[in-house]
Design a protein around this ligand. Structure first.
Ligand code: NAP
Length: 321
């Protein structure tokens, strides 16, 4: 077997993404004594930091998303994790000395590493109707925690029927006088406990079987034009001052397209060890193909990804046991 020759500045593991999955991977990798760097991105905030309250992370009955992620971060840093606010634009395969590895290109630098953990998360989907683009920041929002206080004693609409839409609608009732959830079907996708809370909330009403055709306004939002899908000729204008759109997620995986296999919606396909189709690249959190996207599942995936990446690095360095 030839001598292993790896340049000194090559990292063992580079983690892309600073949400719960990435930070847990960072904690585990740092504790495994890996030479590890986490690139947390600077283009958009992690979804968790925009979540008002988390009540289903075991062991912590109630905590804000920002505080929980900040705690993850401080804990990982205390074990030596290096975190930099850089945006990754591309990952290329590149030999490191005489072993396989990867080159990571950011907006600021180029890094070399033996393995990569992608935990880049997902962004809110756009609805794609007339008026949406025009009124972003002037009545249209994708973050109730950020913008709800602007709607004190006003009427707002929430679009979507998943956990995010229902949870954020409930949060909005702290401020708004009335919240109408506009959903395209006659039943919610959200988890049962959130549904029960929404149905019991006097400030929340529902526009079932309804899609939004246009967001109306002049200078700012004044209403939405909705269509009932069961009686397509029936259009209705609902006057509101704000529209909160929560119609799902788009994974942040464009930078790794063509390097690892993605499913038809753009999520990274992994196995149970968080291995992707490319040797040395692992993935975790909301950007992977799976059925349950939660903080706790992202953390579990992150720990597994770090463990798998550490085994891979040990093997490349000839230290496998
Ligand atoms: P989601 O579960 O994908 O739900 C998206 C909702 O938007 C669905 O109700 C969907 O309708 C609707 N929708 C999609 N495209 C639409 C369109 N073009 N027009 C109108 N409606 C549209 O997304 P999410 O609620 O953001 O949740 C994402 C993930 O995070 C999920 O895995 C969720 O469980 C998780 N999450 C968990 C919590 C929690 O545990 N507390 C909180 C937030 C999010 P259909 O139902 O008809 O498909």
């Amino acid at each position: 077997m030839p001598d292993i020759n790896i340049p000194e500045d090559t990292y063992d593991i580079i983690i892309v993404g600073g949400g719960p999955g990435g930070l847990t991977a960072g904690l585990y990798a740092a504790r495994a004594d890996m030479k590890v760097l986490l690139l947390e991105g600077n283009a958009q905030a992690s979804q968790i930091t925009m979540t008002d309250m988390i009540e289903n992370y075991p062991g912590i009955p109630e905590i804000s998303g920002f505080e929980l992620n900040d705690t993850f971060k401080k804990q990982a840093i205390s074990f030596g994790l290096d975190i930099r606010p850089e945006q990754v634009s591309r990952i290329n395969r590149e030999e490191q000395g005489n072993v396989e590895g990867w080159e990571i290109i950011t907006d600021n630098d180029v890094y070399r590493t033996l393995s990569v953990i992608v935990s880049a998360g997902a962004a809110w989907s756009r609805l794609g109707v007339p008026g949406e683009q025009e009124f972003v920041g002037r009545g249209i929002s994708y973050c109730a925690t950020c913008d709800a206080p602007f709607y004190r004693d006003r009427e707002v609409a929430v679009i979507g029927g998943g956990d995010t839409a229902v949870e954020e609608a409930i949060y909005l009732t702290k401020f708004a006088s009335k919240v109408t959830i506009i959903h395209r079907r006659d039943r919610l996708r959200a988890t049962a406990i959130l549904q029960q809370r929404a149905f019991a909330n006097e400030k929340i009403t529902f526009a079932w079987d309804s899609t939004v055709e246009e967001i109306l306004g002049e200078g700012g939002v004044t209403g939405v034009r909705i269509r009932n899908v069961k009686t397509p000729d029936r259009h209705e204008e609902l006057p509101v001052d704000g529209v909160f759109i929560f119609v799902g997620l788009v994974p942040n995986t464009a930078f790794i397209k063509g390097i690892v296999n993605l499913n038809e919606d753009g999520y990274i396909i992994t196995d149970g060890d968080m291995k992707t189709s490319a040797g040395g690249i692992f993935a975790c959190g909301d950007c992977i193909s799976k059925s349950l996207r939660q903080v706790v599942t992202a953390c579990g995936d992150g720990a597994t990804a770090a463990h798998s990446a550490s085994l891979h690095v040990d093997e490349l360095r000839g230290q496998a046991y």
